[in-house]
Each structure stands twice: as structure tokens, then as C-alpha cells.
Design a protein around this ligand. Structure first.
Ligand SMILES: [Zn+2]
Length: 66
């Protein structure tokens, strides 16, 4: 089961907490947004979540920037 290909989704990005370029683990989450009562439809938005491997700070950003 030892694979070397892409098992870790690591990316070097700027971390606001560290104020450094650090390794981040990047994943995609689908979040359901249902904040508005009158809007019966649930909108499911993909978010890109990156977690700093140095301090653990997480930041997420909506992928559908219309
Ligand atoms: Zn950090």
C-alpha cells in the first residue's frame, strides 16, 4: 500500500497566521447553504479548504466566484 503518488495534497501557500509561505493540505468540501428561508432551494457550493501544516490555521474559499 506504499504509494508515492499524490497521496498528500500538499501545496505551498501563504499563511496569514504564520505570515510565511508554508505547506498546506488542500481539499475540496461541498457545503450546503440554506441561510435564506424564502429560498427553498439548497445551494451546494464547493469550497476549497486549505490547512496550514505549520500552525493548523484553516482557510476556505468559495470556488464558484461568479
Ligand atoms: Zn500557518
Amino acid at each position: 500500500m506504499a504509494t508515492t503518488d499524490n497521496s498528500f495534497n500538499g501545496m505551498t501557500e501563504h499563511c496569514e497566521e504564520c505570515d510565511l509561505e508554508t505547506l498546506h493540505e488542500v481539499s475540496v468540501q461541498i457545503r450546503t447553504e440554506s441561510l435564506k428561508k424564502e429560498n427553498a432551494q439548497f445551494s451546494r457550493e464547493p469550497y476549497r479548504v486549505s490547512e496550514c501544516q505549520r500552525c493548523g490555521n484553516r482557510s476556505s474559499q468559495r470556488m464558484n466566484n461568479a
